[in-house]
Structures are given as structure tokens and as C-alpha cells.
Design a protein around this ligand. Structure first.
Ligand code: GDP
Length: 423
């Protein structure tokens, strides 16, 4: 069984929590895109973990985790993430973690370029996490990056690094007038953080093809949501990678394999980190209350997230581009404080109402059309079945399934591993 678990909205839908829950049924959990620019928060019997780079299956002793071909990996960040998990008693060795030899290395100068450019943009900034993701993907497509497999051949790597740094300094020193990147310091960094990882680096295409052919269950874990996809998201306020399920086999390293199902993670309300159009956004006290109840602060950066009601237009689009076959609805419990539940049912673009998620200037112009559904005003974290939910909460879940056109299979009512039920 090949299953992708993906975000339907802007990210932060609670994917980490659902992957942690579902991963018990999978032999392998892999990440297929992105870097340490987002975080998954997982709370289970071992404690609370924030994972930026490692697949969430790392928290289960019996699961093999793969960092796929489509990822960009900051070696220093990965080293610290591994160390911090080890300190909490998580066993990490090459039998449990495999890193694709084709995955791209995110260098300190990519991070620096990200910061230089965001600072240059000043009030026109993109709201980047400043972790080098856009610069490293740009270099990847310029064919000017190092890949994990290069760490296995340090002498060749050194020559190539020197060429790359010479090229990079045309921009860093020439364009931004910043102190040039020092190739020797970069080499030292690569050796310090890269060498200890060498035993983890493998050809994941061979490994995963064999695993899939042997009937192993593989979970493809996405980072960020559909609306952050470089092609289908709110460009240019997207991430720089493909977050959608269709890309999962490619980014994993097994492009010829087909997914059997796609589990879309959808939050019972909306949140969005950083700049860009967010039509359903709420402001003032209403927003502060929802942000507080939902603890909507970035796992990677601690930034306060923008929040809004459930967005029917964006979520239906997210379900479509993800090709979701089933939905896990998360954080339903957060809405328990509300007398009435705000839902953005349509967009108004210059007086014309639409159900279709627009792009570009039209998206910038879109205004939300809000309606309200009855609230339930009681604690639902203890509910372990649909029937146990108050009637208004049942109606809300049914409504979301109906308007997004997707089958809701799981409902999460708390952060803990057991705080959910299946429909
Ligand atoms: P991700 O990147 O998609 O995993 O999203 P986040 O890192 O923002 O995780 C969502 C946050 O909400 C984490 O702190 C989770 O522990 C928490 N969470 C996930 N599902 C639920 C839920 O159903 N109810 C509550 N109260 N918290 C949840």
C-alpha cells in the first residue's frame, strides 16, 4: 500500500500528528519535498517533538524513515535534530534512517542569500522562513548544488564546491556587496556535519522500488499544504517545492510507482503563516481568540499565524489538486468555545461571487463571504465516535464533507495520539 498524507490548506493542518497516528500501519515513512522550513509537532507517549527534517515515523521504533530525493537538507540542522531526539531516547541509526544520495544539500550560504534577499525586499518581503529554501531550490534547477551522495566522495566534492562558491560570490559579493563566501569554511562545515551522516546515504530509488515490490507499506509524508505548492499554490507566496501528492513518488525517488490512496489533512478552521493572500482572514479580537485557542504559532519559527474560519473555496480546491481520496479533519475541539462557527462559503471578486479558487490578481482582490453555523459549546476532546459528538458538531463535520466533496474518514479532537475517532 502506497499512501500519501498531504495538507489540503496552507500547511499546519496537523499532518505531523496524523502521520504519527497512522504510521503504525506502515513499514516505511518518507519525506519527499522541502527542508527545515516547516515543522511538524507530534505529541505522544514519549513526549512532545518538533520535527523539521526527519519523517514523523522516526518516533516509532519499528519504522524505517527515508529522506527522499526531492528534499533539501541543511546538514547542521539535521545533526541537531537527530541529537535532540537521541537525548529524548529515540534510537536513530542507519537501519532506521535512510537519506537519498540525490537529495540536495542546503548550504549556509543559501540561508545567507535568503536573509539578504528578504532584507533587501524590506516591506515587500515574501515572509520567508529565512532557512535558505528558495535559494537552494533555485540553485538545484540551475544545476549548481551539491547532493548528499557527493559527501561520499570528499575530493571530488571539494573541487565542485570551489566552483560553486566562485559562482555564488558573483552574487553575494558582487550583487549584494556582502562579505564573500569562504570555500574552505564551507568545506569544513560539510565535513563536520556531513561525514557522520555518510552511513545513512543510499540510493533510495533501488531501496524503495525493492520495498514496494516486496509489498511493504509506504507512507509519503508531505510538508506544507496544497496552497503552498510552487505550481498550484498562492504563487509567489508559495514554498519552492511541489507539495502535492502527485509529486510524492517523484520526490521519494520512485517515479514509476502509483499511489493507492491520498489522505488529505484538513483543519476545522484556517491558518496561514507569512505574507500573501489569505481571503478568509479574520482580524482583531475574534482572530486573537481563535489563535490563542488553537495555539497557532509556527513550529519552526514561533511566528504568530494568521487565522480565519474554515474556507470552503480554498479547501475544495485543495481536495481537488491533491486528489484526496479521504480526509482527516483536525482540531475540531478548538472550535468548542464558539457560539457560532464562522465559515467562508464563497469569494467575492469585484461583486461577482465564485466557488472556484482564483489565482494571481483575482485572488488578491477576493473578499470572503462568511456564513455562520451553530456552535456546540461543550468539550469534545473525550469523544471517540461520531455519535458521541454533540449534534451541532456532527452537522459541522457532515457539512464540511459535503461542501468539499470528500469522504471524511478521521476526526481529530485533541493533540494526543488517542484523541481522534474514525468515521
Ligand atoms: P503540521 O505541520 O501540519 O503537523 O501542523 P502543526 O505543527 O501546526 O501541528 C498542529 C498542532 O496542533 C500541533 O501542536 C498538534 O499537536 C496540534 N494538534 C493536531 N491535531 C489536533 C487536534 O485535533 N486538536 C488539538 N487541540 N490540537 C491538535
Amino acid at each position: 500500500m502506497l499512501t500519501a498524507v498531504v495538507g489540503i490548506n496552507w500547511g499546519d493542518e496537523g499532518k505531523g500528528r496524523m502521520v504519527d497516528l497512522l504510521s503504525g500501519a506502515y513499514d516505511i515513512v518518507l519525506r519527499y519535498q522541502g527542508g527545515n522550513n516547516a515543522g511538524h509537532t507530534v505529541v505522544n507517549d514519549k513526549g512532545k517533538f518538533i520535527l523539521n527534517l526527519l519523517p514523523s515515523g522516526i518516533l516509532r521504533d519499528e519504522t524505517v524513515n527515508v529522506m527522499g530525493t526531492g528534499m533539501v537538507i541543511d546538514l547542521e540542522h539535521l545533526t541537531h535534530e537527530i541529537e535532540s531526539l537521541r537525548e529524548k531516547g529515540i534510537k536513530i541509526d542507519p537501519s532506521r534512517l535512510v537519506i537519498s544520495d540525490r537529495a540536495t544539500i542546503c548550504m549556509p550560504y543559501h540561508k545567507m542569500m535568503d536573509i539578504l534577499e528578504e532584507d533587501r525586499l524590506a516591506d515587500k518581503k515574501f515572509g520567508s522562513t529565512r532557512r535558505g529554501i528558495a535559494p537552494v531550490y533555485a540553485d538545484k534547477y540551475m544545476k549548481k548544488t551539491l547532493r548528499m551522495g557527493d559527501l561520499l566522495h570528499p575530493e571530488v566534492l571539494k573541487d565542485r564546491l570551489n566552483d560553486l562558491v566562485e559562482w555564488k560570490n558573483l552574487t553575494v559579493a558582487g550583487g549584494y556587496k556582502h562579505e564573500p563566501v569562504d570555500a574552505d569554511a564551507m568545506y569544513d562545515w560539510l565535513m563536520k556535519y556531513g561525514e557522520p551522516l555518510r552511513d545513512y546515504i543510499k540510493d533510495t530509488t533501488v531501496y524503495l522500488t525493492q520495498a514496494a515490490d516486496a509489498g511493504k507499506n509506504i507512507m509519503f509524508e508531505a510538508q506544507l499544504g496544497a496552497l503552498r505548492d510552487i505550481d498550484f499554490g498562492i504563487y509567489p507566496y508559495t514554498s519552492s517545492s511541489s507539495t502535492i501528492a502527485a509529486y510524492a513518488p517523484i520526490g521519494a525517488g520512485i517515479p514509476a510507482k502509483k499511489l493507492d490512496n491520498v489522505i488529505g489533512i484538513m483543519k476545522a478552521y484556517s491558518s496561514c503563516v507569512g505574507e500573501g493572500p489569505f481571503t478568509c482572514e479574520m482580524f482583531g479580537e475574534e482572530a486573537d481568540k481563535l489563535r490563542g485557542e488553537g495555539a497557532e504559532y509556527g513550529a519552526a519559527t514561533g511566528r504568530a499565524r494568521r487565522v480565519g474560519g474554515f474556507d470552503v473555496v480554498a479547501s475544495r480546491y485543495g481536495v481537488m489538486v491533491q486528489g484526496a481520496t479521504e480526509i482527516a479533519l483536525t482540531k475540531l475541539d478548538i472550535l468548542s468555545y464558539l457560539d457560532r462557527i464562522p465559515v467562508c462559503v464563497k469569494y467575492d471578486i469585484n461583486g461577482v461571487l465564485t466557488d472556484d479558487f482564483p489565482t494571481g490578481v483575482e485572488l488578491d482582490m477576493a473578499k470572503p463571504v462568511y456564513e455562520y453555523l451553530p456552535g456546540w459549546k461543550e468539550d469534545i476532546t473525550g469523544c471517540r465516535s461520531f455519535d458521541a459528538l454533540p449534534k451541532e458538531a456532527q452537522d459541522y463535520v457532515k457539512y464540511i464533507g459535503q461542501v468539499t466533496g470528500c469522504n471524511i474518514k478521521y476526526v481529530s479532537v485533541g493533540a494526543g495520539r488517542e484523541e481522534y475517532f474514525e468515521m
